[in-house]
Design a protein around this ligand. Sequence first.
Ligand code: 13P
Length: 251
Amino acid sequence: MADEITPLIAGNWKMNGTSASLAEVARLAGLLAAGERPRCMVVICPPATLLAPLTAIAAPGGIVTGGQDCHPLPNGAHTGDIAAPMLVDAGAQFVILGHSERRADHAESSELVRSKAMAAIGSGLTPIICVGETEAERRAGDAERIVTSQLEASVPDDWGGRGIVVAYEPVWAIGTGLTPTAADIAQMHATIRQRLVDRFGAGGAGVPILYGGSLKPTNARDILAIENVNGGLVGGASLLANDFHAIISAV
Ligand code: 13P
């Protein structure tokens, strides 16, 4: 991993977790306190209902929290949506945007993701902007074209002097137990890095690029060692303290 970028391991709980799940976070905080200081920033993105109580439990252990989506506007008549300032109010420092599940389930375009990212940055959140190809797109040899076009359109021009994070999550690797080869991950992350540097110069060189998709304790060490992989976005394995801690320890 690049020396100058602080690695980041982020857990995406998706639509999982109730107040009973807070015990796992307390367990994780205990594991982190008992072991070596983690060599990465640790983020948990729970459902919005758990953000405030989870932040309270996680913060003393140095774990920070994030939302899983936000609306482009700061408030208004948008039933069921959540605004970036609300996430901040609940203790979030990050927000996942443009996850493939939102692109698929809610027909989110990259242009919408960009406007959400601008709202997040404007509220002081660091957006974790997700990109990734489907299995059909990879089979058609289209993976790089799809990912770079998502990246171009989803990442805003102006970061307001703050940072952003990019997550490469091949859709076909999410929740399937499948992962790309190390060579394929290296190639895609190098492409993303080059695009960011071309567009943002030194700023682009400093953007953490996370890998996501079936990242587990068993493969974390190998995947996190790949060039331009600056951490991970973890789904299923972030729900259990032991598994998530093992991935954090692999950094
Ligand atoms: P899994 O780790 O469960 O494959 O999920 C990855 C993901 O979508 C994280 O955002």
